[in-house]
Ligand binder design. Structure first.
Ligand SMILES: [Zn+2]
Ligand SMILES: [Zn+2]
Ligand SMILES: [Zn+2]
Length: 375
C-alpha cells in the first residue's frame, strides 16, 4: 500500500484502502476493554454509539480527496475512520438503523451505498466493500482518531487542502479528470457547481459592473482582483457535522447572479433535488436530497435585502478546469480560516496543521496571506 497505484479506479482503490485499516490493531486488541463513543447528525434524528476496543485506539483516520467524496459532500475531502471489523453502531432506539430517517445514495459503479440523514443532510457514511463501517469523524464529539492517510491526492491537481500535513507515509492516487470550461449563450464565462447525482446544478458568472456598483455586494468581490469572488475555509462544527468533513470550503456569491435562479431563502419553490434545513435561527442550508451533498448556505447576516442576499456555495462541487481551488474564480482568505479557534477543541492537530498550511500556501500564492472580511 505504500506504492502509488495510479490508474486504479477510485472504487477499487477505496476497497484496498478500507482493507488496510485497523485489521492488525483489532486482531491484537483484547475483548475486555471497550470505549463507547456517541455520534449524532445535526438535527438529532440519527443517533448511535460505537463500542471500540480500547487496544485499537486511536483509530487511524483518513482524508479522502476523491471526486466521489467531493461531489457527494461539497467539501474538498472526507475526514473519516474505518471502524474495526465487526464493529456495528448501537442505534439509539435499541434496534436497527432507522431506515426511515436515513437516505441512501448508490454511487454508480460502486458496490456500497452512502448514507445521510434525510432531514438535515448530515453525512453518515456507509459500509465498505469488506463490510466494515466507514464514517466521518465529524459525527463524534470526542476525538479517538489520528489522521494518517491521504487518499487520492492526485484527484486535486492544485493541491486541494494542504498536502500531507500529518507526516503521512501512505497515499493512494488516481488521475484527475479535468472539467471543461463553460460559457453562457452571451459568450461570458460561467463556473459550474454540481452535486454527484447531478440533481442540483447551476453556474456562477464573474462579478459584473452592476455588482461592483452595488454598495453592499461590492464587498463580496475579491479585494485584489475584480474578476473574482471571495473564498474561505470554514472549520465550524455545524458545517463539519453536516458535510462530513472537518473543514468546508465556501465561495461567497450573490444569489441573483446564479443560474438558474436560486429561490429566496432556498425554499420558495423546487430547485432541482435541493432540500433545505434550518441549522440555526439565522442559517438555512441547502443539500441534495438524492446524493446528500452540501450545496448552499443562506445566512441572514448576509441578506440586507432579498435582492442583495449573498450565499455560501460549497466549493467541493465546483467544476473549475484549473483545479479544485478554482483559483481563476476566487481569491482565498488564506490567512484566516473561519472558526479555527473553536475547531481546536474538536481536533487540534488537524486544525493547527490546516491553518498553518493554508497560510503558507497563501504567502506563496499572493505574497501574503489575505485576511479580508466576509460579512
Ligand atoms: Zn439529521
Ligand atoms: Zn473518497
Ligand atoms: Zn445530488
Amino acid at each position: 500500500m505504500s506504492q502509488s497505484v495510479t490508474g486504479m479506479t477510485e472504487s477499487t482503490a477505496a476497497a484496498l484502502l478500507s482493507k488496510a485499516f485497523n485489521h492488525d490493531k483489532a486482531a491484537s486488541s483484547g475483548p475486555h476493554e471497550t470505549k463507547k463513543v456517541a455520534a449524532h447528525c445535526h438535527c438529532g434524528a440519527v443517533q448511535f454509539t460505537v463500542g471500540l476496543p480500547a487496544a485499537s485506539l486511536p483509530l487511524r483516520g483518513f482524508i479522502c480527496h476523491c471526486s466521489i467524496c467531493r461531489y457527494t459532500q461539497g467539501t474538498y475531502a472526507r475526514t473519516g475512520v474505518v471502524l474495526p471489523p465487526a464493529i456495528e453502531p448501537d442505534w439509539a432506539d435499541g434496534g436497527s438503523m432507522p431506515s426511515e430517517k436515513v437516505a441512501s445514495y448508490k454511487v454508480p459503479g460502486y458496490p456500497t451505498a452512502r448514507l445521510f440523514c434525510s432531514s438535515c443532510g448530515t453525512t453518515i457514511g456507509g459500509h465498505g466493500e469488506n463490510g466494515q463501517w466507514s464514517m466521518p469523524v465529524t459525527l463524534f464529539d470526542e476525538k479517538f482518531w489520528e489522521f494518517r492517510v491521504h487518499a487520492f491526492p492526485k484527484s486535486v491537481p492544485d493541491g486541494g487542502k494542504r498536502r500531507r500535513p500529518f507526516g503521512i507515509a501512505r497515499t493512494i492516487e488516481t488521475p484527475f479528470v479535468a472539467a471543461q470550461p463553460e460559457r453562457a449563450t452571451d459568450g461570458t464565462e460561467r463556473l459550474r457547481a454540481e452535486c454527484h447525482c447531478g440533481g442540483v446544478s447551476f453556474t456562477i458568472p464573474r462579478p459584473s459592473q452592476a455588482i461592483i456598483d452595488d454598495a453592499y455586494l461590492r464587498d463580496y468581490v475579491s479585494p485584489s482582483d475584480p474578476t473574482k469572488w471571495k473564498a474561505l475555509l470554514d472549520l465550524c462544527r455545524d458545517c463539519g457535522r453536516l458535510s462530513g468533513a472537518n473543514v468546508v470550503p465556501w465561495m461567497l456569491v450573490p444569489r441573483v447572479v446564479i443560474e438558474p435562479p436560486v429561490p429566496s431563502d432556498l425554499q420558495e419553490q423546487p430547485y432541482g433535488t435541493l432540500k433545505t434545513y434550518k441549522s440555526s435561527a439565522l442559517s438555512t442550508r441547502g443539500f441534495c436530497g438524492v446524493c446528500g451533498a452540501t450545496v448552499l448556505l443562506a445566512h441572514k447576516h448576509r441578506e440586507p435585502t432579498a435582492a442583495q442576499a449573498v450565499l455560501n456555495v460549497a466549493m467541493g462541487l465546483l467544476r473549475a478546469p484549473e483545479g479544485v481551488k478554482a483559483e481563476r474564480w476566487a481569491t482565498w482568505r488564506a490567512g484566516k480560516p473561519a472558526w479555527a479557534e473553536d475547531a481546536k477543541g474538536f481536533d487540534e492537530e488537524f486544525t493547527v496543521s490546516l491553518v498553518e498550511g493554508h497560510r503558507r500556501w497563501g504567502v506563496e500564492r499572493y505574497g501574503e496571506a489575505p485576511e479580508f472580511d466576509v460579512i
